[in-house]
Write a protein that binds this ligand. Structure first.
Ligand code: 0A1
Ligand code: ZN
Length: 878
């Protein structure tokens, strides 16, 4: 959107493009340091009145420019750092430009760049959001959809594989050992979905037949030995393709589907049409290198990118403000898929954990923004937990409101109306609502309003009337730029449980009897709901399945929560009861109370559940885990990270003691005996509990448990065990930790994805010398500030997931990140800006730390930084 003023782009300023591109022909003469790009844009003016053509372009060296075959004189166009402007053009014409670019010098990893070394690496592109302008001059906005024809030429030895979007359209030999490959993508697309890959890559392939009968060749490409670790991703891809056919009637629409793995990538993966590009971290999987969590990530992200083919590519976004239209929807579809492939309850628990530990924090701080922001100055900074994860929650609420059948009809209608178009959130809601005549426009408020609503619920039983009254209130705290908030439509799934834990039949005023669960639509500041003809409930179970992304205060005490933890049949709310109970215990410990009754209740109830054989081991492992420190820390005002850490440790210690060394040792031994390294869901669930038991056991019988952990580390049949044992030894500060760490470094020295786990573990160690260790690791030969995965593993993990060490009282952690940020920003602004978000909570800290972190931020803000980093710093300081 070229209407930016002072670098700020506003949703309200949207104007449709003055020029369309019907077709684009791109010719690349590829080289590591010099690549020549010839672009022929078949342009068509949108309106009748003459309009200047303004194209985006960055870092390009112009070699030639022609209109309809005629060279333009210097006076006929204006070229500057960010644009190419031509005043007078025929309403239909072909603009040809020739540009030179230097992929090897592109450390920002946006546009065309080199992955790996100049000698052995390969070339690839990343165009979302605004990378295409670093390849050629173009209307770099998602609402300009064109048919792409791509011709790639390169040295055959150095670049045997030449890939682009769409279907192959010929190949051949050239002089001097060069060759060419042509690609045509029949589906018009915005340029952010363009991709090319060129280099020496291995591949695996598999045929697939779509439900509507198309033969598709699926291929995954990776460098060298890594190709042996791509089989799981291929299986996951096939599962995702089938699932999308069955659940949404979405068939794949090209003859080939390609995925390429790279070690140099700013994000997780990218859904370029027919040519997905993956951060190797989220594609490679085998038992020796990958943990159970890694497998789950690979399955989810392969599916996510594939699902974008319809939600994102076939229907794209009108502008970047609508980013959640594709991202929230695609995350939701991936969540549904993963729930179907694995345990739905566990998946929901994980989704909510992610939401709480990143999105809720974002929504409560200086970087809070609506799911559909109103303005931005650096769009790369809006690939956030809010746009993705809260966006998915909004889609989930809407899908729940419609019900499964109407949701499917609504999605069919959305594809029917907008296939091949760039759509808006309004159009999405209108198409969905048309399925059953619903007006979904009240949900637009959720898209427009930042902040996490606080929902207060208080219930009361009137024995005389046999009526249960539920009083609800909602309030959304102010966020930057939004002092006043409106009430939102909140679907509240609930049941009233009797003394036996069973849901009582519910009848709302004036309505017929309903089964034991219902969904209330609460959409005002306050409301009362009355359930008639009801026996006294023991407790209300509210927000089952986390039916809305809110913070619920149900006013339940420890006894009620313990009851839910024992008897609630909704797996999510059972876990939630354990979490709430742990929160009460945490608050008591933090306040320094000599006796914390809630802590006793939490431990006693879990001790009662621990031996129950019928409980799913994965759910039990989650029940036995209190909320993460980041999550708990949100309730501390002001925040003393060391005190919060100590309080959470007290919870873990008390639970371990209550369960007791004997029970923990015995359960560990029993689970270990059954451990064969299998990858099925049941085996993964058992391993989760096995490793949770190890952690707790280490707290009460440290010598024996550490010896066992060291032995299991050495004999581990697969990565999940090896990693869990190493992490447990480190967390316990056991003497076996360092030798195991050294061993890990030796084993995986040559494998960056696996060695990153080693960086992560050290970055997360809650030790007072972690700052020094992280600083030393920055000089490790395998570390590089140029690589986003290394930065994330060592620095992001340190700053975000190690509160006590990062917030060391002397401020050394802050200075470390401050200095790293300045260096990273010069190389890769996207990565620097992401790391800088780790500093956003400075104002919530206790005064001494707040002053130190604020000083670091102020020093950073005074430096000359990229637009991405400057944007985060400016908003952080407020
Ligand atoms: N659309 C991708 C995420 C993505 C966004 C930006 C990127 O470069 C700055 C790369 C990838 C997804 O949701 O998978
Ligand atoms: Zn996505």
């Amino acid at each position: 959107m070229s209407s930016a003023q002072n670098g700020v782009v506003r949703l309200a300023d949207y104007v449709a493009p003055a020029w369309r591109v019907d077709e684009v022909e791109l010719e690349f003469d590829l080289g590591i340091s010099v690549t020549q790009v010839r672009a022929r844009l078949h342009l068509r003016r949108s309106g009748v009145t003459p309009q200047a053509l303004v194209l985006d372009g960055a870092g390009l060296q112009l070699q030639a420019i022609r209109v309809d075959g005629r060279e333009l004189a210097d006076t006929q166009y204006t070229l500057d750092e960010t644009s190419l402007r031509i005043e007078q053009l025929p309403a239909v014409c072909v603009l040809e430009t020739l540009a030179l670019i230097d992929p090897a010098a592109n450390s920002a990893l946006s546009g065309l760049y080199l992955s790996g070394s100049a000698e052995h690496g390969f070339l690839l592109t990343q165009c979302e959001a605004e990378g295409f302008r670093r390849i050629t001059w173009y209307p770099d906005r998602p609402d300009v959809l064109a048919k792409f024809h791509v011709l790639l030429r390169a040295d055959r030895q150095r670049f045997p594989v030449l890939l682009a979007n769409g279907n192959p359209a010929g190949s051949g030999e050239l002089e001097d050992g060069r060759h060419w490959v042509a690609w045509v993508d029949p589906h018009p697309k915005p340029c952010y979905l363009f991709a090319l890959v060129a280099g020496r890559l291995e591949k695996i392939e598999q045929e697939y037949r779509t439900a509507d009968g198309r033969a598709v060749m699926l291929r995954i490409f990776a460098e060298g030995d890594a190709i042996a670790r791509c089989g799981y991703a291929m299986d996951a891809l096939v599962r995702a393709m089938r699932w999308d056919e069955q659940q949404y009637g979405c068939n794949y629409d090209l003859d080939v589907f390609h995925i390429v793995a790279t070690h140099d990538f700013n994000m997780g993966a990218m859904e370029n049409k027919g040519l997905n590009i993956f951060n190797a971290k989220y594609l490679l999987a085998d038992p020796q290198h990958s943990s159970d969590d890694d497998y789950a990530h690979v399955e989810a992200i392969v599916a996510h990118e594939y699902f974008h083919n319809w939600t994102g590519n076939r229907v794209t976004c009108r502008d970047w403000f609508q980013l959640s239209l594709k991202e929230g929807l695609t995350v939701y579809r991936e969540q549904q898929f993963s729930a179907d492939m694995n345990s739905a309850t566990l998946k929901r628990i994980e989704d909510v954990q992610i939401l709480r530990r990143s999105q809720f924090i974002e929504d409560a701080g200086p970087l809070a923004h609506p799911v559909r922001p109103e303005q931005y100055s650096a769009i790369d900074n809006f690939y956030t937990a809010t746009v993705y994860d809260k966006g998915a929650e909004l889609v989930r609420m809407i899908a729940g409101r419609l019900g499964a059948a109407a949701w499917r009809r609504g999605m069919d209608e959305y594809f029917l109306r907008h296939d091949g178009e760039a759509a808006t959130v309004e159009q999405f809601l209108a198409a969905l609502g048309s399925a059953d005549g619903s007006d979904l426009s009240p949900y637009l408020r959720w898209y427009a309003q930042a902040g996490t609503p606080q929902l207060q619920a208080r219930g009361e039983y009137d024995a005389a009337q046999r009526c249960y009254r539920l009083d609800l209130q909602q309030h959304t705290p102010a966020t930057p730029g939004q002092p006043h908030k409106q009430a939102l439509p909140i679907p509240l799934r609930l049941a009233l449980l009797g003394d036996d834990g069973k849901a009582l039949p519910l009848r709302l005023h004036d309505s017929a009897d309903a089964p034991g669960e219902r969904v209330l639509e609460f959409d005002s500041d306050r409301a009362r709901f009355e359930f008639q003809d009801i026996d006294a409930p023991r407790v209300a179970s509210l927000l089952r399945g986390f039916s809305a992304p809110v913070r619920l205060d149900a006013g339940l005490g420890a006894a009620d929560l313990a009851f839910l933890l024992r008897f609630e049949s909704d797996g999510f709310n059972r876990w939630e009861a354990a979490q709430q109970l742990a929160r009460l215990a945490f608050a008591g410990c933090l306040a320094g109370a000599p006796v914390v009754p809630e802590l006793g209740t939490w431990c006693d109830t879990l001790a009662e559940l621990f031996p129950q054989a019928a409980l799913d081991p994965a759910l039990l492992a989650e029940l036995l885990t209190p909320p993460e420190l980041n999550d708990l820390a949100q309730s501390c005002d002001p925040l003393d990270p060391a005190a919060a850490h100590t309080a959470r440790e007290a919870l873990e210690q008390a639970l371990a003691q209550r369960l007791g060394a004997n029970a923990l040792r015995a359960r560990h031994a029993q689970l270990l005996q059954a451990e064969r390294g299998d990858l099925d869901g049941a085996a993964r669930a058992r391993r989760r509990l096995l490793n949770r038991c190890l952690r707790l056991w280490l707290r009460v019988e440290p010598i024996a448990a550490a010896a066992m952990a060291a032995q299991r580390y050495a004999e581990a049949p697969a990565m999940t065990e090896r990693l869990a044992c190493l992490a447990a030894l480190l967390a316990a500060g056991a003497e076996q930790a360092q030798p195991a760490l050294d061993d890990f470094a030796c084993r995986y020295d040559a494998d960056p994805v696996t060695l990153d786990k080693w960086f992560v573990l050290q970055a997360q160690a809650p030790r007072s010398d972690t700052v020094e260790r992280v600083a030393a690791l920055m000089a490790h030969p395998r570390f590089s500030l140029r690589n986003p995965n290394r930065v994330s593993a060592l620095l992001q993990n340190f700053a975000v997931r190690n509160l006590p060490a990062f917030h060391r009282p002397d401020g050394a952690g802050y200075v470390l990140i401050e200095q790293a940020l300045a260096q990273i920003d010069a190389l890769n602004p996207t990565t620097a800006a992401r790391l800088a978000t780790a500093l956003k909570d400075w104002a919530r800290l206790e005064p001494a730390r707040r002053r130190l972190l604020q000083a670091s931020l102020q020093r950073l803000v005074r430096r000359d930084s990229s637009q991405d980093l400057a944007d985060i710093l400016r908003r952080t300081l407020g």
